[in-house]
Ligand binder design. Structure first.
Ligand SMILES: CC(C)(COP(=O)(O)OP(=O)(O)OC[C@H]1O[C@@H](n2cnc3c(N)ncnc32)[C@H](O)[C@@H]1OP(=O)(O)O)[C@@H](O)C(=O)NCCC(=O)NCCS
Length: 160
């Protein structure tokens, strides 16, 4: 993600969330590139048309996924999966041993996607979100489990 992407990123954020991040919040991600891992999905053949993004932090041995969204008309085409795979790979290369995130308890598409990656629910944070008030499900994925799943034979418990 570059600063010049933020007009498009903030527009996608606005249609994706009831309490969207501000431009300033995204800008703060550029302060510490050693920690922040922010990636965009660029439409093939375009001059930097952004279709989705992920914002995460790699601290100590953990990847914390903070924000993820795909532009509405490009959903269910594998963009979020690609963003998550890329963030996981880069974080594991930087030394992360596990990944975690919070997700709204009612967000079935996201819950389903993360479960397919091997994330498991490790906690529930009561009334964590506003607009509307809702619990957060905390999901965690150990690097070793991710590697086991991507190497598992198809049809067993392989990652979809
Ligand atoms: C959640 C979100 C990021 C998924 O983005 P996407 O690019 O459409 O996702 P993908 O096409 O890569 O699909 C990944 C997986 O998510 C799940 N999924 C995505 N959309 C789904 C839907 N409408 N219903 C059920 N499962 C869905 C599926 O498991 C899918 O894998 P599959 O196609 O192999 O079954 C997108 O719906 C979004 O931006 N939502 C609003 C913001 C949000 O909720 N962000 C997540 C916060 S943690």
């Amino acid at each position: 993600m570059r600063k010049e992407d933020l007009v498009q990123v903030v527009a996608i954020e606005g249609e994706a969330f009831s309490a969207p991040w501000s431009r300033n919040l995204f800008l703060s991600e550029f302060r510490d590139p050693a920690i922040s891992l922010a990636l965009v999905a660029i439409a093939r053949g375009s001059i930097r048309e952004i279709n989705g993004y992920i914002v995460s932090w790699v601290t100590a041995d953990e990847l914390h996924i903070l924000n993820l969204a795909t532009q509405r008309q490009y959903r269910q085409k594998g963009i979020a999966k690609e963003l998550v795979v890329t963030a996981l790979r880069q974080a594991f290369q930087r030394g992360a041993r596990r990944a975690f995130l919070e997700v709204r308890a009612s967000n079935d598409p996201a819950l389903r996607m993360y479960r397919n990656f091997g994330f498991v629910t490790t906690a529930v944070r009561k009334d964590y979100y506003d607009l509307p008030i809702e619990d957060a499900v905390v999901m965690t994925l150990e690097k070793d489990e991710y590697i086991r799943l991507i190497n598992a034979p198809q049809g067993e418990d392989a990652v979809e």
